[in-house]
Design a protein around this ligand. Sequence first.
Ligand SMILES: [Zn+2]
Length: 333
Amino acid sequence: MTKNMGLTFLLLCLFSIGSNIHTGGHAHHGETLKVDLNDKKVIKDLSELNLNFEDFMSDFRDIISEARDGDVVGNGGGQIEGQVQFYLNSLPSFIMSALNQDIIYFTQVEKEVLERIAKNITNNAADIVYIDNNPNDFFSSDEDGAIRIAKTGFHPKYPIFLNRTMIYSMFENDVNFNILSVLVHELGHQAGIKSHRGLDDLGAKMELVSRFSRDKVFYEIGNNGVSVEIFNHGTLSSRTSILVTYFNQSLTVKAWDFKKLQSKCGTGFPAGFQLLNPHWTSRPVSNRKVKTIKLAGWMNIVCVQSSGSYISSADFEITLTLSNVVDYKTKID
Ligand SMILES: [Zn+2]
């Protein structure tokens, strides 16, 4: 913990108060997560709501299947799709971090919900369906008629419908908008939680956890730029999550040379790693339509042996290729 962290924490708290993700205007003030997840009445209530949700899906089946077909053609390569993929894949690691820290307070029920979310993601990748332009009031809420940013049922078997048009406009208009809190909110519903307000709070807390562990490097190119966000998770066996954003694309850096990692551990086994001190090592180099830019830093590799674990150090380098399609190469020395 550095001295700056206290200040950062305070600022982030202030940010998060103003950045609750639901624009649906919930009138459930004072509501918190206190549902007994094993209560028979709660379970019955949720299964009735799930029947309503299935009716909803069958009413809108044309729109849903059209959206699914569209995603295949579009191949989900845009900024939102890339970030959704990144945060879904990294969420179990963020949750481990959340459960292994004591700066941000999580209630017992919140911890239980987070564990359920992590388990649901690990068992089955969430089925994300992007819907554009809210056709036929697809995202209207039954409760108050407001247009929601996302919709799902109370079980992980249901898709999560994301209001792509609304999310893109929030990306453009709100610098603090983070898709992570939307995903935590919807996955929380799937874990059996009804309270929108309680899930907004949980999403905001998870966003804080993610920001604590983040290093961000940015290089301005034209009116835009390339940013690399590096999230070191708080547990020994976790690997750093890396998100690259360039113009309207986002991608996850995850391919590392396992043999090289292994060789840094000698007779041990590389359980995880953290990336420290990330910085650009060269300006972008242009070659026709392709630009390359390099980022480097230190790597702490957690090696496990029968006698215990130890840290081995290395250097890492990421070469980004910026063109119509962003790509990367990683190197460990
Ligand atoms: Zn909700």
